[in-house]
Write a protein that binds this ligand. Structure first.
Ligand SMILES: Nc1ncnc2c1ncn2[C@@H]1O[C@H](COP(=O)(O)OP(=O)(O)O)[C@@H](O)[C@H]1O
Ligand SMILES: [Mg+2]
Length: 317
């Protein structure tokens, strides 16, 4: 039986649209992959710097107790008085934790090793997964981008980042174990979507440390594109000594060596992040290969030409 409503419910336009005058709200992007050393911090710093260079107002929040993004942005320890730790655990306003960097338009909330305690301290606290999300709310209209540099784990810090984000960018290193653990990350993303943040989208995969001298790098690019299709950014970050040197000088690559290949790659990535529409599709749940096997030598037989060695990934957490 259907009941006809007696009352006429006025239909309100959910988004009073005035072209170009829409209120701008920061795009919050988590840079995550639970594997260490794949280029998360390098990407958070240099994507942030490249976006700032193109006139965007950018805030990088260091969510990793190792503080690599903070160091890469030239924030020395004397200038890390109020950090991500205090914001997450002591209810200090995020605004007070913001530190300017030497790059115009690029600010940061730094971290120190103290943040390592947050994972445990937050466990017993109310609404522990939503701490960051709540903390950055007042900042959303002050920035165009808020980038979250995640730690190499899927613990509470990463969950806080995913719960606070509109988008997820996953750096994948062009190496043999490129896809290892990615299935687990994507399962976590689906869980966060279901319970904490239905808004979260996997907006992009960025291939890092591409080595032009190895066939394997090319194979990783091809395989990752096969799996993730248009989610993979065209910009591929080359392996470059300049990129690895820059943090030692507390500078992003755009100022350390603005004409280098690494700087150009991150500018291209920034332009894609800015202009490419966010893919609004479910996170793929196909089983991913863990290993990308290098191309066989010519004398190897045809069946061995299979590029993939399918190995079951670790069991669900
Ligand atoms: N494209 C690159 N070329 C050369 N070295 C890189 C590149 N990207 C990152 N690195 C270096 O590799 C190491 C790990 O990178 P990092 O961004 O800290 O990874 P993660 O944050 O995922 O642990 C760092 O020493 C960094 O300087
Ligand atoms: Mg890092």
């Amino acid at each position: 039986m259907t009941v006809k409503s007696e009352v006429e419910i006025p239909v309100t336009d959910p988004q009073p649209e005035v072209e170009g005058v829409l209120h701008r709200r920061a795009r919050v992007i988590a840079v995550a992959n639970q594997k260490g050393g794949v280029g998360k911090s390098t990407t958070a710093v240099n994507l942030g710097a490249a976006l700032a260079e193109s006139g965007q107002r950018v805030l990088v929040i260091d969510m990793d107790p190792q503080g690599n993004a903070s160091t890469g942005l030239g924030i020395d320890h004397d200038h890390r008085e109020i950090t991500t730790y205090e914001v997450l655990t002591a209810g200090i306003s995020a605004e007070r934790a913001i530190t300017e960097t030497t790059v115009p338009g690029l600010s940061a909330i730094p971290s120190t090793i103290d943040l390592a305690g947050a994972d445990i301290e937050l466990v017993s606290q109310f609404s522990r997964e939503m701490r960051l999300s709540k903390a950055i709310e007042p900042l959303l209209d002050q920035y165009d981008f808020i980038l979250l540099d995640c730690p190499p784990s899927l613990g509470l810090l990463t969950v806080n980042a995913l719960a606070a984000s509109d988008e997820l960018v996953v750096p994948i290193q062009c190496e043999y174990y490129a896809l290892e653990g990615l299935g687990q990350l994507l399962r976590n993303v689906r869980l966060v979507q279901q319970s904490l943040n239905p808004q979260l989208r996997l907006s992009g995969i960025v291939l890092t440390m591409f080595d032009t001298r190895t066939k394997l790098s090319e194979q990783v690019v091809a395989e990752v594109r096969r799996f993730f299709g248009s989610r993979v950014y065209d910009a591929v970050i080359p392996r470059s000594v300049r990129l690895s040197e820059a943090p030692g000088y507390g500078q992003p690559i755009t100022t350390y060596d603005g004409g280098s290949k690494g700087a150009k790659a991150y500018r291209k990535l920034a332009s894609e992040v800015l202009h490419r529409p966010v893919i609004d599709e479910a996170v793929p749940d196909e089983e991913l290969p863990a290993v990308i096997v290098p191309e066989p030598t010519p004398e190897e037989s045809e069946p061995q030409r299979r590029r993939l060695f399918r190995r079951k990934e670790g069991t669900r957490k």
